[in-house]
Design a protein around this ligand. Structure first.
Ligand code: ITT
Length: 198
């Protein structure tokens, strides 16, 4: 099966290629005219479906997408589906700069939040849309807490400030295979791969 990765986030692409080795995977760089899809839904699953449907329709191939984010208990689940757009920088600067701005905004917002109240979890919705219109969504989740200063150089996005439950290390301190074994994205995409018989 050929799968088109309906994402422009390079941090995701690296992890997804590793999770989908059983398939022939092509990236959006092969489709320069692919549409930008506004994320107008209020749920991870809704946004993931919007992205995969648009790319399946454009390419005529089976598309997979990832909508993900960090939900912080002390912020009533925010930034959640707004995780990429939280700082208002999205699309206006290089992705690493946007990630850094988002991460520091979150640290600022949690500055007065006590250690015991810093629980958070990542969510990933993995959508699978076939050109004939069949579609499915798989969700995965990873528990942890937001620490006070970044640690670690791996991964992307909020990884350096997210200490993974039971690990004593941030997601950015895990090796890539360790992160995938535990992560929201790993759980969601292993289920997606299994549904395709991998
Ligand atoms: P596409 O829509 O093109 O896939 P995007 O970057 O816009 O890319 P999202 O809307 O799903 O993707 O935003 C995901 C946000 O959640 C973004 O700010 C990420 O940095 C963050 N995020 C998701 N998974 C993460 C992970 O495993 N580690 C750290 N941050 C993560």
């Amino acid at each position: 099966t050929t799968l088109v990765l309906a994402t422009r986030n390079q941090g995701k692409v690296v992890e997804l290629r590793d999770l989908l080795t059983a398939f022939d995977v092509v990236g959006l760089e092969s489709f320069p005219d692919a549409p930008e899809v506004p994320e107008t839904e209020l749920t991870f699953a809704g946004n993931a479906l919007l992205k995969a449907r648009a790319i399946a329709a454009h390419t005529g191939l089976t598309a997979v997408s990832d909508d993900s984010g960090l939900c912080v208990d002390a912020l009533n689940g925010m930034p959640g589906v707004l995780s990429a757009r939280w700082s208002g920088r999205y699309g206006t600067a290089a992705p690493e700069g946007v990630d850094r701005a988002n991460l520091h905004l979150l640290l600022d917002q949690l500055a007065d939040v006590q250690d015991f109240d810093r629980a958070a979890h990542f969510v990933c919705a993995a959508a699978l849309v076939h050109p004939d219109g069949r579609e499915e969504v798989f969700e995965g989740r990873m528990e942890g807490r937001v620490i006070r200063a970044p640690r670690g150089a791996n991964g992307f996005g909020y990884d350096p400030i997210f200490e993974v439950a039971g690990q004593g290390r941030t997601a950015a301190e895990l090796a890539p295979h360790e992160k995938s074994a535990l992560s929201h994205r790993g759980h969601a995409f292993r289920a997606l791969a299994a549904s395709l018989g991998a």
